[in-house]
Design a protein around this ligand. Structure first.
Ligand SMILES: NC(=O)c1ccc[n+]([C@@H]2O[C@H](COP(=O)([O-])OP(=O)(O)OC[C@H]3O[C@@H](n4cnc5c(N)ncnc54)[C@H](O)[C@@H]3O)[C@@H](O)[C@H]2O)c1
Length: 481
């Protein structure tokens, strides 16, 4: 299919199914055929994916697309050319030119979060199979559009939740079902990862001269940048990122929901958090709890960006987990790939490897043309990513509250109160005085899974945050169910 300009794209996408049916005539790949890959978003992760993909049998890296060749893409291209056996890849600043190439079968999307959905839509419409990094979406509404689109296309869309590919999980799920450690109490998603201040500039940051900033922004609004570093730190501003819950935490939220056996959303959610320990240009919390009120057992996310102690770099842990999942039962717990009794004695080891098979699994899925091989299908990835967003929405709709006010809110919720107590202790150790720098106490929001809208009290405040205000010329199209 020839390159589809933006105007045509919108016209076609209103009847997306039509455009997509036409795509199904694209070539089917033979078992031994070379798969030709392009990468969209050749930053830290995109280059890592490119290196991994080009080392896989039957896979050829053909091109990279990034609006800032001066960041990582140009240097990577040059490095490949200087190899003993030089590898030539083409580079593009405009991903649409790369998508227009008929000799590229698949794309790996590792752009910033605010681009994931739109890049995926463009790629599917151009007939490519897609590996798209997590979080699937930057907001709940756009994630639904991609989930709808995926149901209508024969293209493979394979979200980058590599933890799903670890081989311990089927055994862990069986262990939970058999109640070997008694009744399930909760599943925790732990994201304890050091996050330093991103600084604050007195002057507005100018994007690198090598960057096509309009293309970098895409659907996101143009706003003054006050951070010091242009790349990567977009994670910590709402306009482009989703904080650490949507960065690292989305992996653990996804696994946690899967372990709970929950296919959809909880009826209620609330969050408590703040950006503590420094003042900078970041907006997203570096310390956060999100309580997902699943029945019979909740999912509880904990983000910590500050260290175990101010003088240390090391992070605290909870039952041995810094980044991972803890499943708690009456008679013990599972931390990642081992089960323990309540005294902390290891009583079972699960087989834990396999995340590295996730990207190879994408190519296998394409070769076998078998969507059932996708470890975390788009609909699932949408729910897990949206869980991060609704947690953040409670946080954003929250009000500054003292510790006493927070205790009043959580006192009847044993697990929520316990998570709050540990968060408070952690902040005290880090010399954060919550009577001075107050935490945000989010409202308990009711979420209707059928409409993917908040209902009831505070819905008016929360619903507008389900969909970003996209810039018109890069607006994400509505795609019917
Ligand atoms: N699965 C994992 O474990 C994992 C690990 C790291 C990052 N990631 C994900 O990968 C993505 C990228 O993260 P990163 O750490 O590489 O960030 P990064 O800032 O280093 O890279 C993002 C790249 O996207 C590019 N980009 C922006 N607009 C674009 C456009 N219109 N077309 C093409 N490229 C565009 C940027 O210029 C930049 O090079 C994020 O969504 C992140 O969540 C996933």
């Amino acid at each position: 299919m020839s390159f589809v300009g933006r105007r045509d794209f919108l016209k076609h996408s209103a009847a997306a199914a039509l455009g997509l049916t036409a795509m199904s005539n694209l070539r089917v790949m033979g078992a031994n055929e070379q798969i030709r890959v392009g990468v969209i978003g050749a930053g830290g992760k995109g280059v890592a994916h490119a290196r991994h993909a080009m080392g896989l049998p039957g896979v050829q890296l053909v091109a990279l697309a990034d609006p800032d060749p001066g960041y990582k893409m140009g240097a990577f291209r040059d490095e490949l050319l200087k190899r003993e056996t030089p590898v030539k890849v083409d580079i593009y600043t405009d991903f649409r030119k790369m998508l227009d190439r008929k000799d590229i079968d698949v794309v790996i999307i590792a752009s910033c979060n605010h681009w994931h959905v739109l890049h995926s839509i463009f790629a599917v419409q151009a007939g490519k199979h897609v590996y798209v990094e997590k979080p699937l979406s930057h907001d709940v509404w756009e994630g639904r559009q991609l989930a709808n689109l995926t149901k209508k296309t024969d293209r493979i869309v394979y979200p980058g939740h590599q933890h799903r590919s670890r081989n311990c999980w089927p055994e862990v799920i069986q262990y939970i079902k058999e109640e070997k450690l008694g009744k399930l109490k909760c599943v925790r998603a732990m994201c304890y990862k050091r996050r330093e201040s991103i600084g604050m500039s007195a002057q507005t940051l100018t994007p690198p001269t090598t960057c096509d900033y309009d293309l970098w922004l895409g659907p996101a609004q143009e706003m003054p940048l006050k951070r010091k570093r242009f790349h990567y730190d977009w994670h910590w501003v709402w306009n482009t990122g989703n904080g650490d819950i949507g960065n690292q935490g989305v992996h653990q939220v996804d696994i946690g929901r899967w372990l709970l056996g929950q296919k959809s959303f909880p009826e209620r959610v609330f969050s408590i958090g703040g950006r503590f320990g420094y003042e900078d240009a970041g907006q997203t919390p570096n310390t956060q709890i999100v309580y997902y009120d699943y029945k019979p057992a909740p999912l509880i996310l904990e983000v910590r960006g500050l260290p175990a102690e101010p003088s240390l770099r090391g992070m605290p842990h909870y039952k041995g987990a810094r980044i991972g999942n803890v499943v708690e039962f009456e008679g013990g717990y599972i931390t990642e790939d081992a089960a323990y009794d309540n005294g902390g004695k290891r009583i079972h080891k699960f087989t834990g490897h396999g995340a590295e098979n996730h990207l190879p699994g994408f190519f296998k899925t394409i070769r076998e043309n078998n969507k059932s091989l996708i470890p975390c299908p788009v609909e699932e990835s949408h729910v897990s990513s949206a869980l991060c967003h609704i947690g953040n929405i409670s946080y954003q709709a929250g009000q500054a509250a003292s510790p006493a006010e927070i205790v009043r809110k959580v006192r009847k919720n044993e697990l929520g109160a316990e998570a709050w107590r540990r968060m408070l202790e952690h902040l005290v150790v880090n010399e954060v005085d919550l009577n001075e720098v107050k935490a945000a106490l989010g409202p308990t929001l009711t979420f209707d899974a059928a409409t993917e809208q908040f209902t009831g009290k505070d819905a008016e405040k929360a619903n507008p945050l389900l969909k970003q205000n996209y810039r018109k010329h890069w607006a994400i199209p509505e795609i019917g169910a």
